[in-house]
Structure formats: C-alpha cells, structure tokens
Ligand binder design. Sequence first.
Ligand code: DLL
Length: 435
Amino acid sequence: MSQNYYQKEIETMSTEEMKKLQSEKLVKQVKHVYENVPYYRNLMDEKGVTPEDIKDIDDLHKLPFLTKADLRDAYPYGLLAKPLDECVRIQSTSGTTGRRVVAFYTQHDVDLWEDCCARAITAAGGTKKDVCQVAYGYGLFTGGAGLHGGSHKVGSLTLPMSSGNTERQIQFMTDLGATILCCTPSYAAYIGESLKEQGYKPEDIPLKAGIFGAEPWTEEMRKGIEKALGIKAYDIYGLTETSGPGVAFECSEQSGMHVNEDHFYAEIIDPETGEVLPEGSKGELVFTSLDKEAFPLLRYRTRDICVLSRKKCSCGRTLIKMAKPMGRTDDMLIIRGVNVFPSQIETVLLNEGYEPNYQIIVDRVNNNDTFEVNVEMTPEKFTDKVSEILSMEKSLAGAMKIMLGINPSVHLVAPKSITRSEGKAVRVIDKRKLI
Ligand code: DLL
C-alpha cells in the first residue's frame, strides 16, 4: 500500500496489543481523575467504585457515566483535572442547546489532539506537499484550530481561512492551488455551488480531497460534493468535550471512521438503560478519554446514535470503526409520535434529485403537530407552472411518507432562498417549545 502512515505502529496494532495499551492508560487515568476531580470522585463514590476496581479496560463498565447535564452542573471548572496554570488553551461549543461547554487543554492535550487530526489528513492522502485550506471556523470552535494544527504536523502548507467570505476562499483556492479543503459538508456544498456559478468546472479546481465533518451528512451528499469539486470527500468526527475533530476519521475505504482508540475508547450503549451493547448494535456512542490531562472525561455520553465495527479494513488500519452518526438522541424529532431524523429527509431529497437545501418546521396547533418541509427547487427542476409545482410537492411528500411513515406538507421554494451556512447548517425549526 502506497499511503504513508502517520503513526503506523498504533494505527495497525493488533487488537490484543491495543487492549493492553488501553488498559494501562485507563488505570492511570481513573486514578488521575479520582484524585483531581472531586465531582467525578463523588459520582464514583455514589456508585461504590474505587480506582482499585479498575484493573483493565473490561472494567470500564463499572464506572459512572458523564452527561451534558454534568458538564452544565460542573461549569466552568468542576471537571478540570489539572491546575489552571498548567492549561494553555480553552475551546468551546456554540452553546445553541443550553450552556456552553468549555474544554481545557494542557500542551500535552493540544499535541495529542493535533496528532489525531494529522492522522486524519494523512488518511485522506495529505502529505507535506499539499496545500491545506482550513475553512472551518477559527476561534472557540474546535474545527479551525484542530485541522490547522493537524495540517502543521503533516507539514502541509496551511491556509488559515476560517469559514465565510466565499469569494476569498475561491480566490485563495485557485491562486494558491489548494489540494485539500477542510470545512463542514454544508459549506463544501456551498463552495461547490459558488464555483459552478463562477464558471469553474470540477477539473479546473486544484482540490483532490476534502475533510468534512462537524454535522451529519449522507452518502448522497458525499457523492454530490465529490462530483461538484472533483475530489474524494472524507468524513471526520469529534466533539469539543473529547478535544474536537479527529476522534475518528475516514480512510481510503470511505466506509466509516477509524476511532483513534489509543486515545479515545468507544462504547455503544442502550440510551434508555445504559447497558453496553455488543459490537454491531445501534445505540448511543460513549467516549472515555484515555490520556488527556486537563479535561479527561470518562464514559461521556455523546448523544450521537452510531454503530461500531471491527470488520477488517482494506487500508490496513486495525482501529475500530464508527459508522456515520445516524442522528442524535436529542436531534430526533418526535412528530405525531413518530421518530424523525433530519438525515432521513436529506436522503429522500438527494434520491429524488434535489439538493440538500431544506428546512424542517415543526409546530403544534390545537394539540396536533404540524410538519412542514421547505425544499429548494434546483435550477434544473425550476418551473413557474403551479400544476407542476403541486405535482412535484405531492411526489416528494409521498417519498417522505414511505421513508418516515408520516406525511409532511412539502413546499418547494425558489433556488437559493434558504440561508446558506458557512458552519453547521440549521435544518430544524421546532416551534413547539416542548421543554
Ligand atoms: O463539531 C468538532 C468537529 C469539528 C468535528 C470539525 C469534525 C470537524 P462540537 O461543536 O462540539 O464539535 O459538536 C459535536 O457534532 O456530537 C456530533 O453530533 C456532531 N458531529 C461532529 N462530527 C460529525 C460527523 C465539533 N462527522 C457534535 N458526522 C457531535 C455527524 C458530527 N455528526
């Protein structure tokens, strides 16, 4: 295989060796947390677990979970495991769903995180010869900082663009010959649209690969972006609580993301009961940070719904793989009693030849849920004949009914009328105020 591994000895380690490494790290980590984080020590005491009970990775299930509610309770310093003067950085979430998460990093933690991102860039074919355009937001969001650091480690020429200012993105991309683009998939799709409008064909664009994540995106959307930009599009996953992007990354096989399991141990649990589920089961993804110093969360419930697999990968890596997250336990809409994920709607749209430019609007009128989906017409499908529009809306609503089991009312809206996102896209407007 021609690809250059960044850390081959880890990424192709046997499962037994990996387990040994994880066990050694976990024993130390639990001790570190117990001694330095009174908040978690109380949770362990309540559960009657001591650090001595954790002898290897198979004992992990004995430990209590941490949830977003714990992060809220402990905000801002309650889960910090190192003195502040040993920390060199914070990053934070946008805080759209409740209080912000503030994560702390020592220099060791920053290095570990950047290593993970460097592995991701390498797996996407990146080397020091590449020009890596980082169009994730810089600042508190982890996307910009993480991929920026990873690109430096790989030795690529890094373009620290941040998100937005699409004209300038395109100018730098074409003038400086960017070969790798890092941004959210929705922004990649938007950059693709803008390039097309400016008369660029995929073969005129210097890019060869994209590293896209931070929000859910479907296989159909991947195909659309790959076609528009003439690239291979790789998924990358992570969350602020675990450090940021790079917890898992896609390789040449493009079928699920390898978890950097020497640093982050993944479990799948039943979100209702908390029971650990066997490999291959669908459930909530839980991460344990095995060697972070400042903000080392143990058994953190991500709320992402996912599946893990140890199936052999053609790239040679042995790191366990996670599927594309299928939604979030808190992203799932319950409309008229039926579970609906935005990703299902996106799949229907792409199958039916629409772009993933849509917005779901849910409301409650006279105790009944209303369910509307606004979908942009594509220039190809555009018509101003009312009868044709009605028939297209009916056919799309029918396809959604088959996928979801309930009937939305679909409205086709003019191309480009739904606000484009330069970061994470806002797909759902839930006006019901159920919480
Ligand atoms: O989104 C970190 C990140 C930055 C990942 C850049 C990838 C690239 P948060 O803002 O804390 O961190 O949001 C974390 O975003 O729990 C998932 O629900 C979602 N998410 C992240 N990556 C993916 C992905 C960053 N590849 C939350 N596919 C996570 C689907 C993703 N969802």
